[in-house]
Design a protein around this ligand. Structure first.
Ligand code: ZN
Length: 387
C-alpha cells in the first residue's frame, strides 16, 4: 500500500491573491529576519489584511532550524492562538512551520516523536500554508521536517503524512529576487530530489512522472535562471520544477546523496542544495550497476542520448557535474572549500551519520561502512567511482 499526499497547490503569477479570500482570525507567520527585511513578509501581510486576518510574526528561524527554535515557535503559537500558520521562506522556515504547527496542536509530544506512524489528529486548532521564496527545496509540498539536534550536531528527519500543508502558494514573484548563488544551490537541490525520487527504492508510478519532468525542467531552465535573474520564464519554470520534484520525492523518498549531504551540511555548514548536488554524481556511479536503466531513462528524458547501459548511467553523472560547473557549483568536497585535515578528522562520523540517515533506507542497496567511506574520500578529491 502506498500513499500520495499533496497540499492544494496554487501556482503561477498572482498566486498570492488566494490569501485575499481566506477565512480566519489570526495567522502566525513563521519566517526569518531576511524575509522581513526584503519585504516578503509585508507582501503576505497585505494580502491577509484584505481577508481581515491579523498577523503575528515569528522571524527567528535560522538556516537548518534547531529543535529549540521549533519549541520556541510552538510556545508563541500557544500564546497567540493562530488559526493559520504560514511558513514563509526557504526550506528552513517551512520545515520549522510544520514542526511548530504539530507541537502547537500536540503539546503532549516531543519533537523527536513526530514520526510517520500513528495519527497526530492535526487541524483542530489551525491549518498550514507554505509559501516558498526559493525554487528548490520542495518543502512547500512535502510532509518531511528536517530539524537539527544542535547538541549532537545531527539532522533529524521527522514528519507525518498529516503535516503536509493545506495550501502551498508557489508564486514565482516570491522567488524572483534570489541572487545567482542561491538560485544555483536551491535549483540543484530540486534536481537531486528529481533524480533520487526517480531512482530510490520507494518510487512509484505516481511519482515517476513528476520526477522525470522536474529533472528535464532543471536541465533546461536552471542555467538561464542563474545567468539572468530577470528571465521570468526561467524563474517560473524553476518554481514549478521545484514543486514537481517536491511532490515526486516527497511521496517516494530521496537516497544516498541526501544522506551524505545532510551529514556534510551539519558538520561544515555547507548549504543543503550545494552539498547534495555535489554527492549526487558519486552516488549515481555507485548505484549505476544496480539499476542502469533507471538512470539511463532519466538521462534520455533530460535530452541526453544513451543506450540504457551502465555506461550511459555513468555518463549521466558527468552531465550532472557539467550542469554544476555551468552554474558555478563545486563538484567535489575540496572545491566546496573544506580543508583536508578537518574533513579527515570528521570522516568516520560523516560515514556513521550518513549510514544512519533516514534517506539511506531507500537507497538501491545498503552500502557497507567501507564503501561509504570510500565514497566520501573520492568525493573529496573529485575522483570517479570505479566500483
Ligand atoms: Zn534536498
Amino acid at each position: 500500500m502506498w500513499n500520495f499526499v499533496s497540499p492544494r497547490i496554487v501556482f503561477g503569477e498572482g498566486a498570492l491573491d488566494v490569501l485575499d479570500e481566506l477565512h480566519g482570525r489570526l495567522a502566525l507567520i513563521v519566517t526569518d529576519a531576511n524575509m522581513v527585511r526584503i519585504g516578503s513578509v509585508d507582501k503576505v501581510k497585505a494580502h491577509l489584511a484584505k481577508a481581515g486576518i491579523n498577523v503575528h510574526i515569528f522571524d527567528q528561524v535560522e538556516p537548518d532550524p534547531s529543535v529549540q527554535t521549533a519549541l520556541r515557535g510552538a510556545e508563541i503559537a500557544r500564546d497567540v492562538q493562530p488559526d493559520w500558520i504560514v511558513g514563509l521562506g526557504g526550506g528552513s522556515p517551512m520545515d520549522a512551520a510544520k514542526a511548530i504547527w504539530v507541537l502547537y496542536e500536540r503539546p503532549d509530544i516531543e519533537p523527536a516523536a513526530i514520526g510517520p506512524f500513528g495519527e497526530l489528529g492535526l487541524r483542530k486548532k489551525a491549518r498550514l500554508i507554505t509559501i516558498p521564496t526559493t525554487s528548490g527545496t520542495g518543502a512547500e509540498a512535502t510532509w518531511a521536517i528536517l530539524l537539527t539536534d544542535t547538541t549532537e550536531k545531527r539532522k533529524m528527519g521527522l514528519g507525518n503524512l498529516e503535516n503536509v500543508a493545506d495550501i502551498a502558494i508557489v508564486d514565482p514573484e516570491m522567488a524572483a529576487g534570489m541572487p545567482p548563488r542561491l538560485t544555483a544551490d536551491t535549483g540543484l537541490d530540486a534536481l537531486v530530489h528529481a533524480v533520487e525520487g526517480y531512482t530510490c527504492s520507494w518510487h512509484t508510478d505516481l511519482t515517476d512522472g513528476l520526477c522525470i519532468h522536474a529533472a528535464r525542467l532543471v536541465f533546461k531552465y536552471l542555467p538561464r535562471a542563474v545567468s539572468n535573474g530577470q528571465d521570468i520564464e526561467a524563474r517560473e519554470r524553476m518554481s514549478n520544477a521545484a514543486t514537481c520534484a517536491g511532490l515526486g520525492f516527497g511521496n517516494a523518498m530521496a537516497s544516498m546523496a541526501h544522506a551524505m549531504g545532510h551529514t556534510l551540511g551539519s558538520a561544515f555548514h555547507i548549504p543543503h542544495g550545494r552539498a547534495v548536488a555535489l554527492f549526487l554524481p558519486y552516488s549515481i556511479e555507485f548505484f549505476s550497476s544496480q539499476a542502469p536503466e533507471r538512470f539511463a531513462e532519466l538521462a534520455a528524458f533530460a535530452g541526453f542520448p544513451n543506450d540504457g547501459s551502465e555506461q550511459a548511467a555513468r555518463e549521466f553523472a558527468q552531465h550532472i557535474r557539467g550542469l554544476c560547473r555551468q552554474v558555478g557549483n563545486p563538484t567535489s568536497v575540496s572545491e566546496a572549500g573544506i580543508g583536508r585535515k578537518a574533513y579527515e578528522e570528521q570522516l568516520d562520523k560523516l560515514v556513521d551519520d550518513a549510514l544512519n540517515d533516514t534517506q539511506m533506507i531507500t537507497a538501491l542497496r545498503a552500502p557497507s561502512f567501507e564503501e561509504t567511506r570510500k565514497l566520501f574520500v573520492y568525493a573529496y578529491e573529485g575522483k570517479t567511482i570505479d566500483f
